[in-house]
Design a protein around this ligand. Structure first.
Ligand SMILES: C[S@@+](CC[C@H](N)C(=O)[O-])C[C@H]1O[C@@H](n2cnc3c(N)ncnc32)[C@H](O)[C@@H]1O
Length: 237
């Protein structure tokens, strides 16, 4: 049975605490734990979106980038994060470690209007080795193409940019590489990453700074983890 844990607080402080705890308690197994952990996240884009309790400036995004890039690989083997087209380079500005690849979420029907016409893609920065190639499991696509006109967004929550679970499900599977992993989302918002983990039968830890978004995530996760996984649905079909 998979399970979830939701924390109200600072996601990057949580990663430091996790690292300190695993190293103090199990110094020899800390790295094997990190080897079966992945970070799948959707931090603010630095585009002045109105969040509850967070000021989404490009300067604050720089602070997040410095802090997150300084700790992620102490607790996880891979990290993938969504970013904006105009602010994706902020992640590399201070030369803290370039992403190993840029995955993309393509919506041919378009999403926003941008300075280059209709924006049909969102970059996803990937850190760490390709989990399929690293284990000799063959090559996989680096892009998720979403043909549905609504891009999988069916429900609306009181959050400015909650992600559809369809793209989160693809990204988790892409980065898990057919392994039973713990997924951590340190900027979990309404918990979409966790809802996708519940369907995939994976354990999840989400951290969110806003109590209001945490409450939405708690409701979604409690429901999702009480339902059947995709695997259970298929095996009963
Ligand atoms: C782009 S949204 C994530 C949306 C999420 N993927 C969803 O589907 O609902 C980014 C989230 O990061 C949160 N946040 C900003 N700084 C944070 C921090 N230091 N620790 C935890 N959460 C933070 C914001 O409140 C916001 O909900």
């Amino acid at each position: 049975m998979s399970s979830y844990k939701l924390e109200h607080g600072d996601g990057i402080d949580y990663l430091h605490k996790l690292y300190a705890l695993t190293h103090a308690t199990f110094p020899t197994t800390a790295s094997s734990q990190a080897n079966s952990t992945i970070i799948i996240t959707d931090p603010p884009y630095g585009l002045n979106v109105e969040y509850d309790g967070y000021n989404d400036t490009e300067g604050n995004l720089e602070v997040i980038a410095v802090r997150l890039l300084g700790v992620w690989n102490k607790v996880a083997r891979n990290m993938a994060l969504f970013t904006g087209v105009t602010t994706m380079f902020t992640w590399n500005k201070l030369a803290l470690g370039a992403p190993d690849w840029v995955l993309s979420w393509v919506r041919p029907a378009g999403n926003n209007r941008s300075k280059y016409g209709f924006q049909c893609w969102t970059p996803i920065l990937a850190y760490g080795k390709d989990p399929f190639l690293a284990r000799g499991r063959g090559a996989r696509p680096d892009t998720y193409v979403d043909y549905s006109p609504l891009h999988g967004v069916v429900e609306k929550y009181d959050h400015p940019c909650s992600k559809p679970t369809s793209v989160m499900t693809w990204l988790i599977q892409r980065m898990a590489g057919e392994q039973d992993v713990l997924v951590i989302d340190p900027f979990c918002g309404t918990g979409s990453t966790g809802v996708a983990c519940a369907k995939l039968g994976l354990d999840f830890i989400g951290i969110e700074q806003s109590a209001k978004y945490c409450a939405i995530a708690e409701e979604r996760l409690a429901l999702a983890y009480s339902q059947k996984t995709l695997f259970e649905e298929l095996s009963n079909a």
